[in-house]
Design a protein around this ligand. Structure first.
Ligand code: PEP
Ligand code: MG
Length: 752
């Protein structure tokens, strides 16, 4: 098999090409099998889809077997080698398939001459979608490397194949109704800033019923024809392909095929033919589109799976796009483009989707300033305010809103003068550009104590600012974002490519990889974790990784391979015990051993550290110091767990107090213990970039900070303004206080 080709297919770019010229779902699956057969130099490639409701695995496309076998070869879960692979959720590779007792012979499909067999299940998390099989006439043909590459290919394809499966099983439905919004009468709402910035734009409220399709109904009487409809669909296809390319170019790490579900809708015969047949029966193209789209919306809405229900957005978006093309509106109009989106809550993945539509700002009613939606919005440069004001959901679409996400103010229908004032204030602040000159050297306090500033990286897009603002390296790379933004677990190869780009982007500087930290408010849409009553106390972070070792191992392998020839550290999040650290370290050592055995290029021995985020660590900090080389305090979680205050819950936001005496003393205790064992402690939570806390941290002896890159110039400047000696006495004073009232008074007083 040609390894270079296998590598190529791991790139989303090539997968996007599959859609080009595809005329139906069946043709789409056929293209995939042909492409894979070619890449794997296999004689046969077949796709089987699994229908859980009737426990049936059905052959849907094949290159190599007789075409008449499509839809006719069926088996139960566990039946035959393919059924067994899917049942046991693992690849099955046989040198001579018929020798396996599980082999099942289907007469008349032309399978007899094939000896080697390799089946890989297609899974979304733990949900069975189907299987892909390759076969060869040669005996003992597929190698371990082939299995590895074939798994990578399969994982890339699952989302699109699943969408194709869903579309194939749908007929058109009936019309749904859109509810109008009631009136609104508030002028100013105070909220909390999740991501800084200002915007003045028309508002749009995100609700389940939101479909603006009906606004196109007036077009219905313009004498549009079937030919106009076909043209509009063609344009939509081109626009979507172009959008996919643009997003990939901008955000390689998280842009995995986000528009392909929509491209598939346009290829779906029953969707398109449903519209055509209504037009042929005398409906106007506009009415036909609205009817079919809303029929689909209704059907998707009935599906009992949150992930698949999300397809509602896709189908609405496709309908809107075709209507726009019919109306002759340019593609610059998106439902949320240049708008301020208001929603009850959003997932981090929604932020990316909104970003790709050039949204101007976001208001959410729930979530916290340290929630991952806020963290991601900062990386994307989208201003975001959290305001627990349900009336905002009543705002009429198009109402002008000034979002002052520096002060946390939401002004509804503001005066022109107010808008000008806020923007003028921000223009002044933009002089931050001039601070670039300041960050040329390493920062030192006035009494010459050097401080190291590192960058937190969420998206590869953050690397540019990290370099511009002279970060010493990456103190925290949140590896989970590429997992969150995808529709399936990224393969080792995909992760490797992303990590490589990060390391190359940082030009040889040290990069600390925090292993997968999902759970809590970072949900994977494709993985059903069952319902957790307290997700922050549930199967989060390192607990998830240790429970799902295959996923953990793939990540560690990707980090070690990408780290070859680079300066890397690995850090385990949410550690609660020495046992967890030992287990994680053992897996790391095992991965390293296997990679060496496979003769793969990899980093021989990265520095290993843990995040301090749980109070349990305090009592075992000395023993932990003997296990690892460094500590990094994730204050966002540390405060939440020490004080038992949900970091995403607006209702207890006033109890989330970073300067609570217990937090300050605990931090001091950590530094002292680590000092005794000569281990470095850094701070990578949001607390680090507040001046008042920065002084405290420097005072208790912390010298390493990792923050969102945009804060680097400001922190740099602050460090140069303060003296270490003053910081020490300030910290001592703070540590002597007992009540929140007392520490608050000191903290306020220290503000410059
Ligand atoms: C933290 O908890 O402070 C931290 C840096 O990790 P995250 O915000 O990603 O949970
Ligand atoms: Mg954390």
């Amino acid at each position: 098999m040609k390894r270079d080709h296998a590598k190529l297919i791991c790139d989303v770019g090539e997968l996007s090409d599959i859609f080009h010229d595809t005329s139906s779902m069946e043709a789409f699956l056929q293209k995939i099998v042909e492409l894979i057969a070619e890449h794997m130099s296999a004689d046969v490639c077949s796709i089987y889809l699994y229908y859980e409701e009737r426990d049936e695995l059905v052959l849907k496309a094949t290159k190599g077997l007789k075409p008449s076998s499509v839809n006719n070869v069926k088996m139960k879960l566990g039946e035959g080698l393919t059924g067994k692979a899917l049942k046991e959720l693992r690849p099955i590779c046989e040198a001579q398939a018929r020798n396996n007792p599980n082999f099942r012979f289907f007469p008349g499909i032309g399978e007899e001459r094939y000896e080697s067999f390799l089946a890989v299940p297609m899974l979304r998390g733990n949900i069975r979608i189907g299987a892909i099989v390759v076969q060869s006439e040669k005996r003992n043909y597929f190698t371990n490397d082939d299995i590895y590459v074939f798994r990578a290919i399969t994982s890339q394809l699952v989302n699109t194949v699943e969408t194709a499966k869903l579309l194939m099983s749908f007929d058109e439905g009936k019309k749904a109704v859109v509810t109008p919004m009631p009136a609104f009468d508030i002028k100013l709402v105070k909220g909390r800033v999740g991501s800084e910035g200002v915007s003045f734009s028309p508002a749009i409220v995100l609700t389940e019923n939101l479909t603006e399709l009906t606004r196109y109904l007036s077009l219905a009487y313009k004498g549009l024809t079937l030919a106009d409809f076909h043209r509009a669909v063609e344009m939509a296809e081109e626009q979507l392909a172009q959008l996919q390319n643009q997003v990939e170019a901008m955000m390689y790490d998280v842009a995995s095929l986000i528009f392909t579900s929509q491209i598939l809708m346009l290829k779906d015969k029953s969707f398109i033919n449903g519209i055509i047949s209504l037009i042929e029966q005398g409906e106007t193209p506009v009415h036909a589109i609205v009817q079919v789209v809303e029929g689909y919306v209704k059907k998707f809405g009935l599906i009992n799976d949150a992930y698949l229900r999300e397809k509602i957005h896709d189908v609405k978006d496709v309908g809107r796009r075709i209507l726009e093309n019919l109306a002759g509106e340019s593609d610059t109009h998106h439902e949320y483009a240049e708008k301020l989106v208001i929603a009850h809550e959003l997932l981090p993945s929604d932020a990316l989707e909104l970003y790709s539509q050039r949204v101007k700002g976001i208001i959410v009613l729930s979530g916290g300033v340290t929630s991952h939606l806020s963290i991601l919005a900062r990386s994307l440069g989208i201003p975001l305010v959290i305001a627990d004001e349900p009336q905002l959901m009543l705002l009429a679409a198009g109402t002008p809103v000034l979002l002052d996400a520096v002060m946390g103010n939401i002004h509804v229908n503001p005066h022109k003068a107010l808008v000008e004032n806020v923007f003028a204030r921000e223009d002044l602040n933009k002089n931050i550009e001039s601070l670039k000159a300041l960050v040329k050297s390493e920062p030192k306090t006035q009494d010459n104590v050097a401080v190291n500033l590192y960058a937190n990286i969420n998206l590869l897009g953050d690397v540019k600012a990290a370099c511009e603002f002279n970060a010493r390296g990456v103190g925290l790379y949140r590896t989970e974002f590429p997992f969150i933004m995808r529709s399936n677990f990224p393969s080792e190869e995909e992760q490797y490519q992303i990590y490589r780009r990060l390391l190359e982007g940082m030009g040889g500087k040290e990069v600390t990889f925090r292993t997968l930290d999902i759970g809590g408010d970072k949900v994977l849409s494709y993985y059903n974790n069952g319902k957790e009553e307290n997700p922050f106390l549930g199967l989060r972070s390192i607990r998830f990784s240790l429970r799902h070792q295959d996923i953990f191992e793939q990540q560690i392998r990707a980090i070690l391979r990408a780290g070859a020839g680079h300066n890397i550290s690995i850090m385990f999040p949410m550690i609660s015990s020495v046992d967890e650290v030992r287990q994680a370290k053992q897996i790391l050592a095992e991965c390293s051993r296997k990679l060496r055995k496979e003769k793969k290029d990899c980093h021989p021995e990265p520095r290993v550290g843990i995040m301090i985020e749980l109070p349990s660590v305090l009592e075992i900090i000395e023993e932990l110091s003997q296990e690892v080389e460094f500590f990094s305090v994730g204050t966002n979680d540390f405060i939440q767990y020490l004080l038992a205050v949900d970091r995403t819950n607006e209702k207890v936001a006033d109890m989330y107090v970073p300067h609570h005496p217990a937090v300050l003393r605990a931090l001091n205790k950590i530094v002292k213990a680590a000092d005794r064992f000569k281990k470095t402690v850094s701070i990578c939570g949001d607390m680090a970039h507040h001046r008042r806390y920065l002084e405290f941290f420097i005072g208790i002896g912390i010298r390493n900070f990792s923050v969102d890159p945009r804060y680097l110039p400001r922190m740099h400047q602050q460090i140069e303004e303060i003296s270490h000696k003053n910081c020490q006495s300030f910290a001592e004073n703070l540590l002597s206080k007992v009540t929140i009232g007392e520490t608050s008074a000191l903290i306020q007083g220290s503000r410059k």
